[in-house]
Design a protein around this ligand. Structure first.
Ligand code: PLP
Length: 381
């Protein structure tokens, strides 16, 4: 089976985990602090703005809490978002206003966000589809002009930049996912960025029972009445740990290699599929943008999309579509009309893209895809 996504962990990650076992310190400690520092350097932000957490979903819930969202607030987000983003907003009682996207990039355009703003809009929550930065700089400017907070679900954008700025750092908060199908994998894990220093400190407390966190061995050193609790907030327990941080540090070191391979596969698809009838390629990255190459997506006639996916599955090639529009799922169904979202979600198919794919597998995917599209198009007429 050729998987659509797949992690790549090996001897180096295993060795790092062995060292954690040998150290006998498994919880969040020195490796967590080191991972936060290294990831901060990777993003170009101060390390004290980051908290290593156990998922991007936890980061989304923390963010909506830190924003102080409530029933009087609106939050604008694309309907093509991961469900956790909507769940986090809904949990606060705030109202979600879904916006449309560009039908080719599946990212919201600045005008999509703008037309969804209401007098009650407190925040905008966007993602970077497939790792492409999209209109993030313009959206950040719009939010600033309107006095609206901006959260970036940068789960897919671990190495994405618009200009010299990392995706996830354009707004007030951002979060990355290190779950097992992402580009940088720790098993489960995530990073939360909070721009404001004081709010970042609160984020760290909220991630750990509301306790003032002093990490690792420092906390184990006996001080006066060290067993007392210093609780200032009602917190959760969503921190990462030194096992996952140790894996993350190795994966972060390998990230440039991984991105280079994903980019090469993307370029190979672009080249081999270029003249294929009935197959639309993903839009090129604008000048100055870099991607994490998380998704490679094509678009075909909506009438054959699912048949093509079934044909490929029969040939041992797994494809999928992310993210099915939320305004169509029961919990978030609404009367809103989003034509480009509807169009894109019926036509788009994600092809296998991960660093474990070799060139011959990419060729197999391309051959089978072309065959299927040709065959299905004939029978559709
Ligand atoms: C994977 C993903 C998430 C969730 O990340 P977890 O770490 O699994 O909680 C959120 N948003 C987007 C866009 C994702 O792709």
């Amino acid at each position: 089976m050729i998987n659509v996504f797949q992690p790549s962990l090996g001897a180096d990650e295993l060795q790092a985990v062995r060292e954690v076992f040998d150290s006998n310190w498994l919880g969040h400690g020195p490796r967590t602090a080191a991972f936060e520092e290294e990831f901060a350097a990777h993003l170009g932000v101060p390390a004290d703005r980051l908290t290593f957490i156990n998922s991007a979903t936890a980061g989304l819930f923390l963010a909506t809490e830190l924003l102080g969202l409530g029933p009087d607030d609106d939050v604008v987000m694309p309907s093509i978002s991961f469900v956790a983003a909507a769940n986090a907003v809904a949990s606060t009682g705030a109202r979600i206003v879904f916006c449309d996207v560009d039908p080719r990039t599946l990212n919201p355009r600045v005008e999509d966000v703008q037309s969804a703003l209401t007098p009650r809009t407190k925040a905008v929550l966007v993602l970077h589809y497939g790792g492409h930065p999209g209109d993030i700089a313009a959206i950040a400017q719009l939010c600033q002009d309107r006095g609206v907070l901006l959260v970036e679900d940068a789960a897919c954008a671990v190495a994405s930049q618009a200009g010299d700025r990392a995706c996830g750092t354009f707004g007030d908060m951002g979060m990355w996912s290190f779950d097992s199908m992402k580009v940088l994998v720790t098993g489960d894990g995530g990073m939360l960025y909070v721009r404001d220093e004081e709010t970042a400190r609160r984020a760290r407390r909220l991630a750990y029972h509301g306790l003032e966190q002093s990490s690792g061995f420092a906390a184990a050193r006996v001080s006066h009445r060290w067993w007392e609790l210093n609780v200032r907030d009602f917190g959760r327990r969503v921190v990462g740990n030194d096992v996952t941080a140790a894996i993350g540090r190795v994966q972060l070191r390998k990230l440039p290699e991984v991105i280079a391979r994903r980019r090469a596969i993307t370029e190979m698809y672009d080249r081999l599929l270029d003249d294929s009838e009935g197959i639309r390629l993903p839009p090129r990255l604008p000048e100055g943008h870099t991607s994490s190459y998380y998704f490679y997506w094509i678009q075909v006639d909506p009438r054959i999309r699912d048949q093509v996916a079934a044909d490929l599955l029969n040939r041992g090639i797994y494809t999928t579509f992310r993210y099915p529009p939320l305004h169509r799922v029961p919990a978030y169904r609404g009367a809103v009309d989003l034509p480009a979202t509807a169009e894109a979600s019926e036509a788009t198919l994600l092809l296998p893209l991960h660093q474990g794919l070799d060139d011959s597998e990419v060729r197999v995917v391309v051959d089978e895809l072309r065959k299927s599209v040709e065959h299905r198009q004939c029978s559709t007429g």
